[in-house]
Write a protein that binds this ligand. Structure first.
Ligand code: FAD
Length: 386
Protein backbone atom coordinates (compact mmCIF):
# COMPACT_ATOMS: atom_id res chain seq x y z
CA UNK A 1 0.00 0.00 0.00
CA UNK A 2 1.05 3.54 -0.66
CA UNK A 3 2.97 5.30 2.04
CA UNK A 4 0.78 8.32 1.48
CA UNK A 5 -2.24 6.60 2.94
CA UNK A 6 -3.52 7.47 6.40
CA UNK A 7 -5.10 4.85 8.64
CA UNK A 8 -6.78 6.14 11.79
CA UNK A 9 -7.95 4.31 14.89
CA UNK A 10 -10.57 6.13 16.93
CA UNK A 11 -10.26 4.80 20.47
CA UNK A 12 -6.98 4.31 22.27
CA UNK A 13 -7.94 1.15 24.12
CA UNK A 14 -6.72 -2.40 23.58
CA UNK A 15 -8.43 -2.88 20.21
CA UNK A 16 -7.13 0.42 18.80
CA UNK A 17 -3.59 -0.19 20.04
CA UNK A 18 -3.48 -3.77 18.73
CA UNK A 19 -4.76 -2.64 15.35
CA UNK A 20 -2.05 0.04 15.05
CA UNK A 21 0.61 -2.47 16.09
CA UNK A 22 -0.65 -5.00 13.53
CA UNK A 23 -0.64 -2.45 10.70
CA UNK A 24 3.08 -1.97 11.25
CA UNK A 25 3.74 -5.69 11.79
CA UNK A 26 2.10 -6.35 8.43
CA UNK A 27 4.36 -3.81 6.75
CA UNK A 28 2.01 -0.86 6.29
CA UNK A 29 4.23 2.16 5.79
CA UNK A 30 1.65 4.92 5.59
CA UNK A 31 0.56 7.19 8.39
CA UNK A 32 -0.90 5.46 11.47
CA UNK A 33 -2.80 7.61 13.96
CA UNK A 34 -4.55 6.66 17.20
CA UNK A 35 -7.09 9.19 18.50
CA UNK A 36 -7.73 8.45 22.17
CA UNK A 37 -9.99 10.39 24.51
CA UNK A 38 -8.12 9.34 27.65
CA UNK A 39 -4.89 11.10 28.60
CA UNK A 40 -2.97 7.85 29.17
CA UNK A 41 -1.24 5.56 26.72
CA UNK A 42 -3.50 2.67 25.71
CA UNK A 43 -3.90 0.29 28.64
CA UNK A 44 -5.66 -2.92 29.55
CA UNK A 45 -8.66 -2.65 31.86
CA UNK A 46 -8.82 -6.02 33.67
CA UNK A 47 -6.43 -4.90 36.48
CA UNK A 48 -8.70 -1.94 37.25
CA UNK A 49 -11.06 -4.14 39.27
CA UNK A 50 -8.29 -6.44 40.53
CA UNK A 51 -4.60 -5.76 41.23
CA UNK A 52 -4.61 -2.07 40.25
CA UNK A 53 -7.62 -1.31 42.44
CA UNK A 54 -5.95 -3.24 45.25
CA UNK A 55 -2.82 -1.10 44.86
CA UNK A 56 -0.78 -4.18 43.93
CA UNK A 57 0.09 -3.20 40.37
CA UNK A 58 0.79 0.01 38.48
CA UNK A 59 -0.63 1.69 35.42
CA UNK A 60 2.69 1.11 33.63
CA UNK A 61 2.18 -2.62 34.06
CA UNK A 62 -1.27 -2.36 32.48
CA UNK A 63 -0.11 -0.40 29.44
CA UNK A 64 -0.40 -2.24 26.14
CA UNK A 65 2.99 -0.75 25.17
CA UNK A 66 5.30 1.94 26.48
CA UNK A 67 6.00 5.32 24.85
CA UNK A 68 9.03 4.05 22.96
CA UNK A 69 6.99 1.39 21.20
CA UNK A 70 4.77 3.95 19.49
CA UNK A 71 7.69 6.25 18.74
CA UNK A 72 9.87 3.59 17.13
CA UNK A 73 7.01 2.36 14.97
CA UNK A 74 6.00 5.85 13.97
CA UNK A 75 2.52 5.47 15.40
CA UNK A 76 1.05 8.90 16.15
CA UNK A 77 -0.80 8.90 19.44
CA UNK A 78 -3.23 11.75 20.01
CA UNK A 79 -4.05 11.23 23.66
CA UNK A 80 -6.69 13.31 25.43
CA UNK A 81 -8.30 13.98 22.05
CA UNK A 82 -11.81 12.91 21.16
CA UNK A 83 -13.24 12.43 17.68
CA UNK A 84 -16.48 14.38 17.66
CA UNK A 85 -17.77 13.95 14.13
CA UNK A 86 -17.22 11.58 11.25
CA UNK A 87 -18.00 12.26 7.62
CA UNK A 88 -17.65 8.89 5.89
CA UNK A 89 -18.30 10.37 2.44
CA UNK A 90 -15.48 12.88 2.72
CA UNK A 91 -13.32 10.47 4.78
CA UNK A 92 -12.90 13.12 7.45
CA UNK A 93 -12.85 13.08 11.21
CA UNK A 94 -13.31 16.15 13.40
CA UNK A 95 -11.40 16.30 16.70
CA UNK A 96 -11.88 18.12 20.00
CA UNK A 97 -8.51 19.81 19.64
CA UNK A 98 -9.99 21.73 16.72
CA UNK A 99 -8.20 19.70 14.11
CA UNK A 100 -9.47 17.48 11.34
CA UNK A 101 -8.03 14.26 10.06
CA UNK A 102 -8.44 12.95 6.56
CA UNK A 103 -8.27 9.18 6.53
CA UNK A 104 -8.14 6.50 3.89
CA UNK A 105 -9.27 3.78 6.29
CA UNK A 106 -10.75 4.22 9.73
CA UNK A 107 -11.19 1.83 12.65
CA UNK A 108 -13.79 2.67 15.28
CA UNK A 109 -12.72 1.05 18.55
CA UNK A 110 -14.49 3.31 21.01
CA UNK A 111 -15.30 0.57 23.48
CA UNK A 112 -18.17 0.81 25.89
CA UNK A 113 -19.36 3.08 28.67
CA UNK A 114 -20.93 2.08 31.98
CA UNK A 115 -24.69 2.24 32.22
CA UNK A 116 -25.75 4.84 34.73
CA UNK A 117 -29.06 4.29 36.43
CA UNK A 118 -30.52 7.56 37.78
CA UNK A 119 -28.86 7.15 41.17
CA UNK A 120 -25.68 8.60 42.55
CA UNK A 121 -22.54 6.50 42.60
CA UNK A 122 -19.16 5.71 41.11
CA UNK A 123 -18.64 3.72 37.95
CA UNK A 124 -15.55 1.77 36.95
CA UNK A 125 -14.27 1.88 33.40
CA UNK A 126 -11.10 3.96 33.37
CA UNK A 127 -7.95 4.26 35.42
CA UNK A 128 -9.28 7.62 36.64
CA UNK A 129 -12.43 5.85 37.87
CA UNK A 130 -10.31 3.24 39.64
CA UNK A 131 -8.23 5.89 41.42
CA UNK A 132 -11.36 7.67 42.65
CA UNK A 133 -12.99 4.42 43.73
CA UNK A 134 -9.93 3.21 45.63
CA UNK A 135 -9.66 6.52 47.48
CA UNK A 136 -13.37 6.36 48.38
CA UNK A 137 -13.07 2.76 49.63
CA UNK A 138 -9.96 3.57 51.66
CA UNK A 139 -11.49 6.72 53.12
CA UNK A 140 -14.74 5.29 54.43
CA UNK A 141 -14.54 1.58 54.44
CA UNK A 142 -18.20 0.79 53.71
CA UNK A 143 -18.81 -0.02 50.07
CA UNK A 144 -22.15 -0.84 48.48
CA UNK A 145 -21.89 -2.45 45.06
CA UNK A 146 -24.99 -2.34 42.90
CA UNK A 147 -24.95 -5.24 40.45
CA UNK A 148 -23.32 -8.66 40.86
CA UNK A 149 -21.94 -9.14 37.37
CA UNK A 150 -18.23 -9.63 36.71
CA UNK A 151 -17.15 -6.12 37.67
CA UNK A 152 -19.37 -6.00 40.75
CA UNK A 153 -18.07 -9.37 41.95
CA UNK A 154 -14.42 -8.54 41.27
CA UNK A 155 -14.63 -5.16 43.01
CA UNK A 156 -16.39 -6.76 45.97
CA UNK A 157 -13.53 -9.25 46.28
CA UNK A 158 -10.84 -6.58 45.95
CA UNK A 159 -12.56 -4.28 48.42
CA UNK A 160 -12.77 -7.11 50.96
CA UNK A 161 -9.03 -7.52 50.47
CA UNK A 162 -8.63 -3.81 51.25
CA UNK A 163 -10.52 -4.40 54.49
CA UNK A 164 -13.77 -2.74 53.46
CA UNK A 165 -17.21 -3.79 54.61
CA UNK A 166 -18.95 -4.76 51.39
CA UNK A 167 -22.63 -5.11 50.58
CA UNK A 168 -23.65 -6.25 47.09
CA UNK A 169 -27.18 -5.53 45.93
CA UNK A 170 -28.35 -7.67 43.02
CA UNK A 171 -31.78 -7.86 41.44
CA UNK A 172 -31.29 -11.45 40.27
CA UNK A 173 -31.52 -14.55 42.43
CA UNK A 174 -27.74 -15.11 42.39
CA UNK A 175 -24.59 -13.26 41.29
CA UNK A 176 -23.67 -13.80 37.64
CA UNK A 177 -26.94 -15.62 37.02
CA UNK A 178 -27.44 -14.08 33.58
CA UNK A 179 -24.04 -15.36 32.37
CA UNK A 180 -23.54 -18.60 34.25
CA UNK A 181 -27.02 -19.71 35.37
CA UNK A 182 -28.45 -20.39 38.82
CA UNK A 183 -26.28 -23.35 39.85
CA UNK A 184 -22.95 -21.65 39.29
CA UNK A 185 -24.48 -18.38 40.48
CA UNK A 186 -25.14 -20.07 43.81
CA UNK A 187 -21.50 -21.13 43.90
CA UNK A 188 -20.47 -17.48 43.55
CA UNK A 189 -23.00 -16.41 46.19
CA UNK A 190 -21.39 -18.87 48.62
CA UNK A 191 -17.92 -17.67 47.63
CA UNK A 192 -18.69 -14.05 48.41
CA UNK A 193 -20.66 -14.75 51.57
CA UNK A 194 -17.77 -16.95 52.72
CA UNK A 195 -15.52 -13.90 52.39
CA UNK A 196 -17.82 -11.75 54.48
CA UNK A 197 -19.79 -9.97 51.75
CA UNK A 198 -23.33 -9.01 52.71
CA UNK A 199 -25.17 -10.19 49.60
CA UNK A 200 -28.68 -8.83 49.07
CA UNK A 201 -30.30 -10.83 46.30
CA UNK A 202 -33.64 -10.21 44.54
CA UNK A 203 -33.12 -6.64 45.69
CA UNK A 204 -33.30 -3.29 43.93
CA UNK A 205 -32.08 0.19 44.75
CA UNK A 206 -34.65 3.02 44.90
CA UNK A 207 -32.32 5.89 45.71
CA UNK A 208 -28.94 6.90 47.05
CA UNK A 209 -29.04 9.98 49.27
CA UNK A 210 -25.88 11.13 50.97
CA UNK A 211 -24.57 7.99 52.56
CA UNK A 212 -27.84 6.08 52.59
CA UNK A 213 -28.75 3.51 49.98
CA UNK A 214 -32.51 2.93 50.07
CA UNK A 215 -33.60 -0.44 48.69
CA UNK A 216 -36.91 -0.90 46.88
CA UNK A 217 -38.27 -2.89 49.83
CA UNK A 218 -37.66 0.09 52.12
CA UNK A 219 -34.57 -1.23 53.90
CA UNK A 220 -31.59 1.08 54.14
CA UNK A 221 -27.82 0.57 53.95
CA UNK A 222 -25.12 2.99 54.99
CA UNK A 223 -22.37 3.51 52.46
CA UNK A 224 -19.24 5.60 52.27
CA UNK A 225 -18.97 4.67 48.61
CA UNK A 226 -21.42 3.26 46.08
CA UNK A 227 -20.36 1.51 42.89
CA UNK A 228 -22.85 1.24 40.05
CA UNK A 229 -21.89 -1.98 38.28
CA UNK A 230 -24.93 -2.63 36.14
CA UNK A 231 -23.29 -3.24 32.79
CA UNK A 232 -22.05 -1.19 29.88
CA UNK A 233 -23.40 0.04 26.60
CA UNK A 234 -21.36 0.26 23.41
CA UNK A 235 -19.96 3.72 22.61
CA UNK A 236 -21.75 4.09 19.28
CA UNK A 237 -22.44 7.86 19.32
CA UNK A 238 -19.88 8.83 16.69
CA UNK A 239 -20.96 6.04 14.33
CA UNK A 240 -24.65 6.67 14.81
CA UNK A 241 -24.36 10.38 14.11
CA UNK A 242 -22.40 9.56 10.96
CA UNK A 243 -25.24 7.39 9.69
CA UNK A 244 -23.56 4.02 10.12
CA UNK A 245 -25.79 1.05 10.79
CA UNK A 246 -25.96 0.55 14.54
CA UNK A 247 -27.87 -2.03 16.55
CA UNK A 248 -26.48 -3.46 19.76
CA UNK A 249 -23.14 -1.98 18.75
CA UNK A 250 -21.80 -0.93 15.38
CA UNK A 251 -23.02 -3.44 12.83
CA UNK A 252 -20.10 -5.14 11.06
CA UNK A 253 -19.66 -8.08 8.74
CA UNK A 254 -17.39 -11.05 9.37
CA UNK A 255 -14.40 -8.99 8.19
CA UNK A 256 -15.28 -6.23 10.69
CA UNK A 257 -16.34 -3.86 7.89
CA UNK A 258 -19.12 -1.50 8.86
CA UNK A 259 -21.91 -0.23 6.61
CA UNK A 260 -19.72 2.76 5.57
CA UNK A 261 -16.94 2.31 3.02
CA UNK A 262 -13.44 2.16 4.51
CA UNK A 263 -14.76 2.19 8.07
CA UNK A 264 -14.16 -0.81 10.33
CA UNK A 265 -15.15 -1.62 13.92
CA UNK A 266 -13.55 -3.78 16.62
CA UNK A 267 -13.73 -4.56 20.32
CA UNK A 268 -16.55 -3.86 22.76
CA UNK A 269 -18.27 -1.50 20.31
CA UNK A 270 -18.53 -3.96 17.41
CA UNK A 271 -21.52 -6.16 16.73
CA UNK A 272 -19.94 -8.39 14.13
CA UNK A 273 -21.31 -11.28 12.13
CA UNK A 274 -19.73 -14.41 13.55
CA UNK A 275 -19.49 -17.23 10.99
CA UNK A 276 -19.55 -19.97 13.62
CA UNK A 277 -22.76 -18.75 15.23
CA UNK A 278 -24.38 -17.45 12.03
CA UNK A 279 -25.43 -14.21 13.69
CA UNK A 280 -23.96 -10.98 14.94
CA UNK A 281 -22.49 -11.03 18.43
CA UNK A 282 -20.94 -8.31 20.55
CA UNK A 283 -18.34 -9.43 23.05
CA UNK A 284 -17.22 -7.32 26.01
CA UNK A 285 -13.99 -9.11 26.84
CA UNK A 286 -10.26 -8.47 26.77
CA UNK A 287 -9.40 -11.30 24.37
CA UNK A 288 -11.97 -10.18 21.81
CA UNK A 289 -10.65 -6.60 21.86
CA UNK A 290 -7.13 -7.85 21.29
CA UNK A 291 -7.97 -10.35 18.55
CA UNK A 292 -10.45 -8.14 16.73
CA UNK A 293 -7.91 -5.31 16.77
CA UNK A 294 -5.51 -7.59 14.91
CA UNK A 295 -8.19 -8.89 12.54
CA UNK A 296 -9.54 -5.41 11.77
CA UNK A 297 -6.06 -4.20 10.85
CA UNK A 298 -5.69 -7.06 8.37
CA UNK A 299 -9.06 -6.20 6.88
CA UNK A 300 -7.99 -2.59 6.56
CA UNK A 301 -5.00 -3.88 4.59
CA UNK A 302 -7.26 -5.84 2.23
CA UNK A 303 -6.04 -9.14 3.65
CA UNK A 304 -9.15 -10.14 5.52
CA UNK A 305 -9.91 -13.47 7.07
CA UNK A 306 -13.33 -14.02 8.60
CA UNK A 307 -13.20 -13.26 12.31
CA UNK A 308 -14.31 -16.55 13.79
CA UNK A 309 -12.49 -16.75 17.13
CA UNK A 310 -14.49 -18.41 19.86
CA UNK A 311 -15.15 -15.96 22.73
CA UNK A 312 -12.90 -16.31 25.78
CA UNK A 313 -12.78 -14.52 29.10
CA UNK A 314 -11.25 -14.79 32.54
CA UNK A 315 -11.99 -13.49 36.00
CA UNK A 316 -10.19 -13.41 39.35
CA UNK A 317 -11.98 -13.12 42.66
CA UNK A 318 -10.19 -13.73 45.99
CA UNK A 319 -8.05 -16.84 45.46
CA UNK A 320 -10.28 -18.05 42.67
CA UNK A 321 -9.43 -17.81 39.00
CA UNK A 322 -11.56 -18.93 36.09
CA UNK A 323 -11.45 -19.08 32.33
CA UNK A 324 -14.43 -19.56 30.01
CA UNK A 325 -14.40 -20.46 26.31
CA UNK A 326 -17.36 -20.56 23.95
CA UNK A 327 -20.88 -19.22 23.97
CA UNK A 328 -23.73 -21.13 25.52
CA UNK A 329 -27.46 -20.67 25.35
CA UNK A 330 -29.40 -20.39 28.60
CA UNK A 331 -31.13 -23.70 27.82
CA UNK A 332 -27.90 -25.71 27.38
CA UNK A 333 -27.33 -28.52 29.86
CA UNK A 334 -24.69 -27.84 32.53
CA UNK A 335 -22.31 -30.65 33.47
CA UNK A 336 -19.79 -30.22 36.29
CA UNK A 337 -16.60 -32.27 36.58
CA UNK A 338 -14.46 -32.02 39.68
CA UNK A 339 -15.25 -30.61 43.09
CA UNK A 340 -17.38 -27.51 43.51
CA UNK A 341 -16.84 -27.77 47.29
CA UNK A 342 -13.09 -27.65 46.88
CA UNK A 343 -13.41 -24.89 44.29
CA UNK A 344 -11.52 -26.88 41.70
CA UNK A 345 -13.72 -27.94 38.82
CA UNK A 346 -14.69 -27.75 35.18
CA UNK A 347 -18.12 -26.78 33.87
CA UNK A 348 -19.42 -27.65 30.42
CA UNK A 349 -22.54 -26.54 28.62
CA UNK A 350 -24.02 -29.07 26.21
CA UNK A 351 -26.11 -27.74 23.35
CA UNK A 352 -29.26 -29.27 21.86
CA UNK A 353 -27.13 -31.15 19.28
CA UNK A 354 -25.13 -32.90 22.03
CA UNK A 355 -21.89 -31.00 21.45
CA UNK A 356 -20.07 -28.77 23.94
CA UNK A 357 -21.08 -25.14 23.34
CA UNK A 358 -18.91 -23.71 26.13
CA UNK A 359 -16.58 -24.78 28.88
CA UNK A 360 -15.10 -23.17 31.94
CA UNK A 361 -12.68 -24.09 34.68
CA UNK A 362 -12.30 -22.81 38.19
CA UNK A 363 -8.76 -23.04 39.62
CA UNK A 364 -7.96 -25.89 37.21
CA UNK A 365 -5.53 -24.08 34.96
CA UNK A 366 -4.18 -27.07 33.04
CA UNK A 367 -7.64 -27.87 31.72
CA UNK A 368 -8.09 -24.81 29.54
CA UNK A 369 -6.34 -26.45 26.55
CA UNK A 370 -8.68 -29.48 26.36
CA UNK A 371 -11.69 -27.26 27.12
CA UNK A 372 -10.82 -24.95 24.26
CA UNK A 373 -10.18 -27.90 21.93
CA UNK A 374 -13.54 -29.53 22.56
CA UNK A 375 -15.42 -26.24 22.16
CA UNK A 376 -13.57 -25.24 19.00
CA UNK A 377 -14.02 -28.65 17.40
CA UNK A 378 -17.69 -28.83 18.43
CA UNK A 379 -16.80 -32.08 20.14
CA UNK A 380 -18.71 -34.14 22.64
CA UNK A 381 -17.93 -34.15 26.32
CA UNK A 382 -17.02 -37.85 26.23
CA UNK A 383 -14.04 -36.93 24.02
CA UNK A 384 -12.35 -35.24 26.99
CA UNK A 385 -10.77 -37.70 29.33
CA UNK A 386 -11.64 -36.62 32.86
P1 FAD B 1 -11.93 0.22 25.56
O1 FAD B 1 -10.93 -0.50 26.37
O2 FAD B 1 -13.17 0.72 26.25
O3 FAD B 1 -11.23 1.45 24.85
C1 FAD B 1 -11.95 2.39 24.11
C2 FAD B 1 -11.24 3.72 24.19
O4 FAD B 1 -11.82 4.59 23.25
C3 FAD B 1 -11.38 4.39 25.55
O5 FAD B 1 -10.15 4.85 25.98
C4 FAD B 1 -12.32 5.56 25.26
O6 FAD B 1 -12.09 6.67 26.11
C5 FAD B 1 -11.95 5.88 23.84
N1 FAD B 1 -12.97 6.62 23.08
C6 FAD B 1 -14.31 6.44 23.11
N2 FAD B 1 -14.92 7.30 22.25
C7 FAD B 1 -13.93 8.04 21.69
C8 FAD B 1 -13.91 9.08 20.71
N3 FAD B 1 -15.03 9.54 20.14
N4 FAD B 1 -12.72 9.61 20.37
C9 FAD B 1 -11.56 9.15 20.91
N5 FAD B 1 -11.52 8.15 21.83
C10 FAD B 1 -12.69 7.60 22.20
N6 FAD B 1 -12.36 -8.64 30.21
C11 FAD B 1 -11.96 -9.92 30.45
O7 FAD B 1 -11.97 -10.75 29.53
N7 FAD B 1 -11.55 -10.30 31.69
C12 FAD B 1 -11.53 -9.45 32.74
O8 FAD B 1 -11.15 -9.85 33.83
C13 FAD B 1 -11.94 -8.11 32.52
N8 FAD B 1 -11.94 -7.24 33.56
C14 FAD B 1 -12.36 -5.95 33.35
C15 FAD B 1 -12.36 -5.06 34.41
C16 FAD B 1 -12.80 -3.76 34.24
C17 FAD B 1 -12.82 -2.82 35.39
C18 FAD B 1 -13.26 -3.34 32.96
C19 FAD B 1 -13.77 -1.93 32.77
C20 FAD B 1 -13.26 -4.21 31.89
C21 FAD B 1 -12.81 -5.53 32.07
N9 FAD B 1 -12.79 -6.45 31.02
C22 FAD B 1 -12.38 -7.74 31.23
C23 FAD B 1 -13.27 -6.07 29.67
C24 FAD B 1 -12.17 -5.54 28.77
O9 FAD B 1 -11.35 -4.65 29.45
C25 FAD B 1 -12.80 -4.86 27.56
O10 FAD B 1 -13.47 -5.84 26.81
C26 FAD B 1 -11.78 -4.13 26.70
O11 FAD B 1 -11.24 -3.05 27.40
C27 FAD B 1 -12.40 -3.61 25.42
O12 FAD B 1 -11.41 -2.96 24.69
P2 FAD B 1 -11.76 -1.87 23.58
O13 FAD B 1 -10.46 -1.46 23.00
O14 FAD B 1 -12.83 -2.41 22.69
O15 FAD B 1 -12.46 -0.67 24.36
Amino acid sequence: MSDRMTFVMVGGGLAGAKAAETLRDEGFDGRVVIVGAEPQLPYERPPLSKSYLAGDSTLAEAQVHDDAFYATRDIELLTGVEATALDPGAHRLRLTDGGELRYDRLLIATGAVPRRPPIAGHVLRSVADADVLRAAIEKGGRLVVIGAGWIGCEVAATARGLGAEVTVVEQGATPLERVLGARLGTFFADLHRGHGVDLRLNAGVAAVEDRTVRLTDGRELTADAVLLAVGVKPATGLAEAAGLEVGDGIVADQHLRTSAPDVFAAGDVASALHPRYGRRIRVEHWDNAQEQGVAAARSMLDAPEPYDKVPYFFSDQYDLGLEYVGLHDPGDELVIRGSIDERHFQAFWIGADGTVSAGMHVNDWDSIGPIRAVVESRGRLESIVS
